[in-house]
Design a protein around this ligand. Structure first.
Ligand code: BV8
Ligand code: ZN
Length: 254
């Protein structure tokens, strides 16, 4: 199915000195990673994400929460970046080659943007591959098999380790939030891709961009809470639309 990209959107992108992209779980859906809202299937279906992704849930039942994150971690590792991730990495490369900027901000914790080649990715909600000791803060990337016990213990002090993600009710990493805010303040075009725009402060970045005059594009299979605030809404799969957008932009030479 050929996709019609509005000419004024192409014009705005080809003139943009700086583009900021915010991605959500929808970008990884076509890699086989259930979106955040759909992540609770099977034995997890009786829980709400907000009830598992909190410090209180981990406090209450560290074994169950650690198992859920370990299952998601090993699933993410089995998945591959899709054409949408790759198109964003190529778009960043293309813009940098022209002395322009594309800053990629993600809410996702799966590291697929980095595996697709995107650089300097701003991870607002941390990474499911990083696990941190709750006692001595020792942090380690976990890229191997499932843990043999849950929650995993710290190799240094035997403390309980947690996933290095930002839970509901926890503040985002200062540096990530500052960089994402600055990228939203300075961009000419802001792309919101594959996110339901329900989780703050991430969902507020679009408004920060709009407040300084940036044009807004949303790419999503459904309309969202943010659709009415956008200049353009492309309704469809990011793995299909982003490569078309990239191809059109490369063809203009800008
Ligand atoms: C904070 C990591 C300051 C974990 C995540 C009460 C107390 C405390 C805070 C709050 C409160 N009430 C509200 C808040 C604020 C809260 C919040 O926003 N809550 C929401 C539910 C209203 N935010 C916070 O708590 C944040 N911290 O505010 O700190 C503070 C501190 C103390 C006290 C007060 C304030 C922390 C938020 C971070 C939470 N952690 N992830 C984990 O992954 O397990 S958020 C989680 O949701 C994921 O990271 C996910 O990325 C993110 C957003 O969801 P989406 O990415 O949008 O995914 P979703 O499934 O929703 O949507 C997918 C979209 O894709 C859909 O629109 C779908 O149509 C589309 N799609 C599907 N397929 C495709 C597609 N699009 C294109 N192509 C496709 N193929
Ligand atoms: Zn420790």
């Amino acid at each position: 199915m050929s996709y019609v990209i509005p000419d004024d959107l192409m014009g705005a992108l080809s003139r943009a000195r700086s583009v900021t992209v915010l991605t959500g779980a929808g970008v990884s859906a076509e890699s086989g990673i259930p979106t955040f809202r759909d992540a609770l299937t099977g034995l997890w279906s009786r829980y709400r994400a907000e009830d598992l992704a909190t410090p209180q849930a981990f406090e209450r039942d560290p074994q169950m929460v650690a198992r859920w994150y370990d299952e998601r971690r090993t699933m993410c590792m089995r998945c591959e970046p899709n054409a949408g991730h790759r198109a964003l990495a190529q778009l960043q490369d293309h813009m940098r080659g022209l002395g322009r900027e594309l800053v990629l901000v993600t809410q996702n914790v799966d590291r697929l943007h980095q595996r697709a080649g995107s650089e300097d990715v701003i991870e607002l909600h941390g990474s499911i591959m990083t696990w941190r000791c709750t006692h001595c803060d020792h942090e380690q990337q976990e890229l191997g098999e499932p843990f043999d016990s849950h929650p995993p213990r710290c190799g240094k002090c035997d403390g309980i380790r947690r996933p290095g993600v930002v839970w509901f009710g926890e503040s985002l990493p200062d540096d990530a939030l500052q960089s994402a805010h600055s990228a939203s303040v300075h961009c000419d075009v802001f792309l919101s891709i594959g996110t339901s725009s329900q989780v703050y402060p991430a969902a507020g970045l679009m408004d920060t961009a709009a407040a300084q005059g940036a044009r807004l594009l949303e790419v999503n299979v459904d309309r969202t809470a943010a659709s009415d605030r956008c200049d353009w809404v492309l309704c469809g799969r990011s793995a299909q639309i982003l490569p078309i957008l990239l191809k059109r932009l490369m063809a203009t030479g800008h």
